[in-house]
Design a binder for this molecule. Sequence first.
Ligand SMILES: N[C@@H](CCC(=O)N[C@@H](CS)C(=O)NCC(=O)O)C(=O)O
Length: 212
Amino acid sequence: MTLKLFAAPMSSATPVHHALVELGVEFELVLFDLARGEQKSPAYLAVNPHGVVPTLVVDGTALYEALAILQWLGDRYGVERGLWPAAGSPQRLAALSWTTWAYVSYGTLINVLNFSQSPRVDASLHHPPLAAEALLRLDAALGRLDAQLAKAPYLLGDDYSLADLVVASVVTYSTYCGVDASRHANVQRWLQDFAARPSYRQVWLAEREQAA
Ligand SMILES: N[C@@H](CCC(=O)N[C@@H](CS)C(=O)NCC(=O)O)C(=O)O
């Protein structure tokens, strides 16, 4: 199986890049400079009509949307490496629930926060009361994540899995957007475990330097 990842440093592609490294899967990496609009070239739009990263091309077929790619990587490579639960197991259901929660439910609140206060969004669209409400809801969501992580060291139990990689990636990104995770002790401890993994250092720290 041949895999080609279209990505950009410190972007929605970073968790996918990280997962490929964590899984030890061979892949070709194509890095775009988003500021130069390389993701809008006709050749790339023929691969991904949305003109965004990530796209993972699997034996010539494009798979896009980070969450879909990450869940597919779990199914295809994670199970045999002990990093994703087997189909039909209760843990598989938990893995799908938490990873989708991170991207869809928690992720929607991050988008609201960004639209209402990010310096990268036109200031005329900023809305301080909406930003405050989003921060309150994100904090409540982190409280629920913290309660889950009080039960066991990792989301699915005693062992680290791709579910942790996915959810911790989104939560880490939210801290860059102004979310304070520090008052949630179990989340904090789990984020530190995530950041201590060699694959995190290899991908996130290197990408951060590339993006700077
Ligand atoms: N929901 C998409 C978001 C993809 C996305 O918006 N990627 C950004 C980088 S973080 C991008 O490529 N932006 C370039 C552009 O909009 O031109 C996913 O999860 O894959």
